[in-house]
Design a protein around this ligand. Structure first.
Ligand SMILES: Nc1ncnc2c1ncn2[C@@H]1O[C@H](COP(=O)(O)OP(=O)(O)O)[C@@H](O)[C@H]1O
Ligand SMILES: [Mg+2]
Length: 294
């Protein structure tokens, strides 16, 4: 039986946002971002937890925030430095949470793509382009894109983001901000991709969010986690086919063998699948960061 984590009710601050996986609390000029152990598949939150998954995701994100020399929203991930009233939740919060500066979010998903997959591959098959980038003919699924592309999408309230051209994004964000977002995104992605390759990991694509604090653009949200990126084992890469992913492939294989129509409510997972899924997250952590997740 897998150990479970006791999830306390955090009532000291109002909820700012409850996402599929993360709970965000509003501390006025700050936010507390807490990664739970919830897991979603096909956009449905499953009725079981993957113990400590939230810690792994938070640690991966923090690893990257530390690595890059780019202004970001992190204030602290040490619960002792959080407001006093949160200290009683330390055993839950430590490792899975971060206290951040609340930013005025820029409502654009800043996507960098180094390989042709997902919605990019779909768009390419239909139109030969992605977000206004004309691509050469004859590319295959998972072809490498050189140089990587900046393919922004507009966040909208329906939850379905809309892929747009760079020009369209600039109409929304302004030319100067648009240009900054593009440069920051491609800069981060190329640094991350270069580092990851030394660890035998391909970062096929990833998504960043940015916001403004005191008139300055900073990196917000989570970065370069398996939830915001596609990670592939580099040694198994083969163009023209689906790639195995580190995290959810195992789970998807299991789920696709069930008689489940991919709508709410999802199935609960047997212990063995919970454990194997957790192992996959631990593997991703170890592969990238180079040490065991303790
Ligand atoms: N520093 C920040 N300032 C303001 N908003 C932020 C900051 N960091 C993250 N966010 C926002 O907090 C929310 C986190 O929600 P998330 O867990 O991603 O769930 P979902 O995206 O499914 O609603 C997102 O809307 C994100 O843009
Ligand atoms: Mg989100």
């Amino acid at each position: 039986m897998t150990a479970t984590t006791t999830v306390p009710e955090i009532t000291e601050f109002p909820l700012f946002n409850k996402g599929k996986v993360r709970d965000v609390y509003d501390l006025d000029d700050k936010l507390l971002i807490v990664a739970s152990d919830r897991i979603s598949a096909y956009d449905v939150v499953l009725p079981c937890l993957i113990p400590r998954k939230g810690e792994i995701l938070t640690q991966i994100s923090l690893f990257w925030f530390n690595k890059f020399d780019m202004p970001n929203h992190i204030i602290s991930s040490n619960v002792d430095e959080y407001p006093e009233s949160l200290h009683k939740h330390k055993s839950y919060l430590q490792g899975r949470s971060m206290l951040v500066k609340k930013a005025k979010r820029i409502d654009i998903e800043c996507v960098a793509r180094g390989y042709l997959v997902g919605s990019g591959w779909e768009d390419y098959q239909k139109t030969g382009t992605i977000c206004g980038h004309k691509l050469p003919e004859g590319l295959q699924m998972a072809s490498k894109l050189e140089p990587p592309l900046f393919t922004p999408s507009l966040k909208n309230d329906t939850g379905h983001d809309e892929n747009v051209s760079y020009e369209r994004m600039c109409e929304v964000a302004g030319d100067e901000t648009g240009n900054t977002l593009k440069n920051m995104t491609l800069d981060l992605y190329s640094q991350a991709r270069e580092y990851a390759l030394t660890k035998d990991v391909i970062i096929a694509d990833t998504k960043f969010e940015f916001g403004e604090v005191d008139g300055k653009i900073i990196l917000i949200d989570e970065i370069l986690t398996p939830d915001s990126s596609r990670f592939w084992p580099a040694s198994e890469y083969k163009v023209g086919q689906e790639q195995p992913s580190y995290d959810k492939q195992y789970l998807r294989n299991y789920l696709s063998g069930l008689d489940w129509d991919k709508t709410y409510p999802g199935p609960s997972l047997p212990d063995e699948i919970v454990e194997k899924s957790l192992d996959k997250y631990k593997e991703a952590y170890k592969q990238l960061i180079g040490k065991d997740f303790e």
